[in-house]
Design a protein around this ligand. Sequence first.
Ligand code: HSE
Length: 310
Amino acid sequence: MVSSITVKAPSSTANLGPGFDVFGLAIDAFFDEITLTKTKNGITIITDGDVPTNPENNTAGLVVKNMKKKFKINHGIEIKMKKGIPAGFGMGSSAGSAAAAAVAFNKLFKLKLDGNSLVEFAGSGEKASAGTIHYDNVAASVLGGFVIVKTEPLDVIRIKPPTNLRMCIAVPKITVPKKKTKVSRGVIPKKVNLNDSILNLSNAATIVAGFMKKDSELIGKSIKDSIVEPARQHMIPGFLKVKSNALKAGALGVTISGAGPSVIAFSKKSSDLNKISLAMTKGFASANTKCQTIICKPSNGAINKIKNFR
Ligand code: HSE
């Protein structure tokens, strides 16, 4: 009898500029690992990360709680979380845990759920950290590749990214607010100017075309956001300098990764990725901020990364 299962889920970048809450991309920068074990009763959480251990406030805990209720599972569950994705830096940390938990639960109880249902359950866990449900990060973390989140009803479209697409991410060493995603969602304008909306729509459509045509240049050059980035950039020290430095060093497009504060530069494998990373580091240094840089590529999702099924 299967009593325990471990699933790994990748980090992700949401929005990709103009696709706020709609676009996500799984990236192989970091991974979270969740092991679910059947126990007698209750939900217990053991973690090496700085995340809440009360199931209501923990993304993986909330996913397990919701799935247990929905499928009337009487077993207790122990959730062991190995946090690889830094929490609160715009790389889908809460989503990674939620995605791995949903995929592991599905396997452990042989539920045979489809991709959309797994994304929906994983998304229900986002409420624990963001205050609201958004599916862009969890969809990428569950399914892998580039995802487009169509809502009402939820239907996620996945596109395999071009093999030469690369990203340079700069993670600033700053203190982020506890409920960072909630805070950074609070600064977004409620009303949008028509011109900005046209610009974003045109760039978003071109990004989708770029993924369909496997054209990294088209994707990178369309990473432009006239709505959310201008509203959030003040939360990232030196953002404009980091961006202009990366573009000067050869990046195709630069924006905030998810809700920030990490900054992500889209490039091709043939670009000088170390030069772009260094340029971003110098940009942050101009605002007296240290950062960690990571060069990464698109990743598979949790559904392709199941370990030790026993
Ligand atoms: N689309 C979400 C946001 C992603 O930008 O608020 C949060 O990780």
